[in-house]
Design a protein around this ligand. Structure first.
Ligand code: PRP
Length: 177
């Protein structure tokens, strides 16, 4: 059992719940792509780095890992403008791609990524998201989802507040003050 950080009010998804669900998601992906071509796994920085590291170490199928970094204004404006800060190293044309995200909040980031990456003509494009907030968001389809969570500010397991708390092993609600 992990001790709760004093800035946090409650655990939303525990370390054990995360670890067993991440393994289940990796098993599901491995089963779906067994006997197939190498997967191209894209982690969206910064938030996805811990989820991606755990997920990929459970995969039983060949895969390549790459990263993108995006800047999003989706939480403070209704425009949901997203911009690429760092792009992939290689073209993904003809590849079986899985986007790995820590969270879908408004849905603007995943919606944007789907549009941009589809335009690069991958053989297939799927998404794997650890948590989705239950709120008014763009209903972007998610192929592999860890958990639906309440619409509260959560940190831990990659998720941050002002770049803090990313390395906590659980996901917890931040105190309001
Ligand atoms: C977070 C998260 C997703 C995005 C989801 O990234 O990692 O990429 O927000 O939000 P949305 O569904 O409202 O678009 P953030 O912009 O906080 O950057 P970070 O990953 O570097 O913390």
């Amino acid at each position: 059992m992990n001790e709760l950080h004093p800035d946090l009010s409650r655990i939303v998804v525990s370390t054990d719940q995360i670890q067993s669900r991440v393994k289940e998601l990796a098993d599901q992906i491995s089963a779906d792509f067994v006997g197939g071509e190498r997967l191209y796994i894209i982690g969206i920085l910064k938030g996805a780095f811990i989820f991606l590291a755990d997920l990929t170490r459970h995969l039983k199928v060949p895969h390549t890992v790459d990263f993108m970094a995006l800047s999003s204004y989706g939480k403070t404006t209704t425009s949901g403008a997203v911009r690429i800060l760092m792009d992939l190293r290689e073209p993904i044309e003809g590849q079986h791609v899985i986007i790995v995200e820590d969270i879908v909040d408004t849905g603007h980031t995943l919606h944007y990524l789907n549009r941009v990456l589809k335009g690069r003509k991958p053989a297939s494009l799927r998404s794997c998201v650890l948590v989705r907030k239950q709120r008014d968001n763009l209903s972007v389809p998610i192929d592999y989802l860890g958990f639906d969570i309440p619409d509260v500010w959560v940190v831990g397991y990659g998720l941050d507040f002002a770049d803090q708390y990313r390395t906590l092993p659980y996901i917890a609600e931040l105190k309001r003050e």
